[in-house]
Design a protein around this ligand. Structure first.
Ligand SMILES: Cc1cc2nc3c(=O)[nH]c(=O)nc-3n(C[C@H](O)[C@H](O)[C@H](O)COP(=O)(O)OP(=O)(O)OC[C@H]3O[C@@H](n4cnc5c(N)ncnc54)[C@H](O)[C@@H]3O)c2cc1C
Length: 410
């Protein structure tokens, strides 16, 4: 049998592509190497699936992703945030907008998001073939003629969609096969790197901070003495570094090659200017006869105190009302600009997405058609696009998957 369309990879991008192609009446086969599609999708948002970010204007949406994301504008105009929300809502999956415009299903269950897609695929008689790992893609004269599975089976189709994901969380199945094939087809692959992943820190006190979680902190990234970017949000110290949304977002700007020149600063209380915090501390300390280690509640988290006193060379047993100006300013400095040396990024095993990937200049933006292989369409995380946390990365999949599915039918 020859299908109209064969899709490799049953993640959010491949599922959406299959949905759209099926809806348009194409005969579609979806090949997934795992025992079920959507393994990574089920992990998203801590199992709640932050399915998009409610930035509805396509221009504002791409502005959050960076320069290269202009590529996505025409696809977003066809199937952007508004259409995605309508898509799920019209399939009995109501959603809710939370802080920072993050959108979740009202049920708080990623399984419900996957179920909506699978139900549609069944309705449109898409053949879902789990445990089908593609081993080879055979081309002739700039066209794919067939794909070969690891068990030797051959799949024939007129058009092919590559949706094998990036390299992040390879334990879910996405281990970089797509890049290898694209390179064979003559596509340029921009070196895939981990992104949205914990930042490793070199400091002898880091283990003492393990578990310290700070809400609404600010992280500043410096190149030499120049501040290059700041992120706001929750952070959590791990045994060897920093995690939490603000740290994950900052990791997008950290490249291994440039690491020697980069340094990180935590502002534990960004709501206070330096002078305002100094004033506040002055008030708190001068009216307290307690030891300083017992006076800073509400301003300094208990877990941070031992490290704070150690680095400021201040004796925590000292009475608060005898702390002098220099000692107080040392505390302010550590609270407002706590310097950390970056050792690296935690790597693909802990990264939520892949930065880099298929060079966008070699892909047709309206349809995701490859400019190298005429009957190939590329979508999802394979594309050289990566967004911050907050639902942007799944939206890239819904949008690119939808237009690829449609493009492969035309
Ligand atoms: C823990 C975690 C939480 C996340 N949370 C969010 C979130 O809340 N919101 C958000 O926007 N983004 C989130 N992301 C990112 C988001 O999940 C990914 O960007 C998205 O899943 C990428 O979709 P994809 O379809 O391109 O690839 P994938 O989801 O990686 O799917 C690719 C599929 O292709 C299959 N495959 C690979 N090679 C082959 C082969 N040779 N043959 C057959 N099949 C193959 C794989 O098994 C896999 O199922 C999260 C990521 C992680 C890891």
């Amino acid at each position: 049998m020859k299908y109209d369309i064969a899709i490799i990879g049953g993640g959010p991008a491949g599922l959406m592509a299959a949905e759209r192609a099926g809806e348009l009446g194409a005969s579609v086969i979806l090949l997934e190497k795992n025992s079920e599609p959507g393994t990574k999708l089920l992990l998203t948002g801590g199992g709640r699936c932050n399915l998009t970010n409610n930035v509805q204007d396509p221009r504002a949406f791409v502005a959050r992703l960076g320069q290269e994301a202009k590529f996505l504008l025409s696809a977003l105009n066809k199937f952007g945030v508004i259409e995605t929300l309508e898509f799920f809502q019209s399939r009995a999956l109501p959603t809710r907008v939370e802080n920072d415009n993050r959108v979740f299903p009202l049920s708080n269950r990623a399984t419900d998001v996957l179920e909506v897609l699978i139900k549609d695929l069944k309705k449109y008689q898409v053949e879902i073939r789990p445990e089908s790992q593609v081993k080879k893609i055979i081309t002739k004269d700039d066209k794919i003629v067939k794909i070969v599975l690891t068990d030797g089976q051959e799949i024939l189709a007129n058009n092919f969609i590559l949706a094998t994901g990036g390299k992040a969380y390879p334990q879910t199945g996405s281990d970089g096969d797509g890049y290898k094939w694209l390179a064979q087809f003559g596509h340029t692959i921009i070196s895939p790197r981990p992104s949205l992943c914990p930042i490793l820190i070199e400091a002898d006190f880091i283990k003492e901070l393990e578990g310290l979680s700070v809400s609404e902190a600010r992280l500043n990234l410096y190149q030499g003495t120049k501040k290059i970017v700041s992120t706001d949000g929750d952070i959590i110290f791990t045994s060897n570094g920093l995690s939490g949304p603000a740290a994950l977002d900052l990791s997008r700007f950290i490249d291994d090659e440039a690491i020697k020149n980069l340094s990180l600063e935590v502002d534990f209380l960004p709501q206070f200017e330096i002078s305002a915090l100094d004033k506040k501390l002055q008030q708190v300390l001068k009216t307290s006869s307690k030891q300083i280690k017992n006076s800073l509640d509400g301003l300094v988290m208990p877990k941070f105190k031992p490290v704070l006193f150690k680095l400021s060379l201040l004796d925590g047993e000292k009475k608060s009302n005898v702390i002098n100006r220099a000692e107080r300013l040392a505390l302010v400095k550590l609270i407002k600009s706590f310097k950390l040396k970056i050792k690296g990024l935690a790597g693909f095993d802990k990264a939520m997405v892949t930065k880099g990937g298929a060079n966008l200049a070699e892909i047709e933006p309206k349809t995701m058609r490859s400019k190298k292989i005429n009957n190939l369409f590329i979508c999802g995380e394979l594309l050289g696009l990566a967004g911050p946390t907050g639902g942007y990365n799944l939206q890239i999949c819904w949008t690119s998957g939808y237009v690829a599915g449609e493009g492969a039918v035309d």
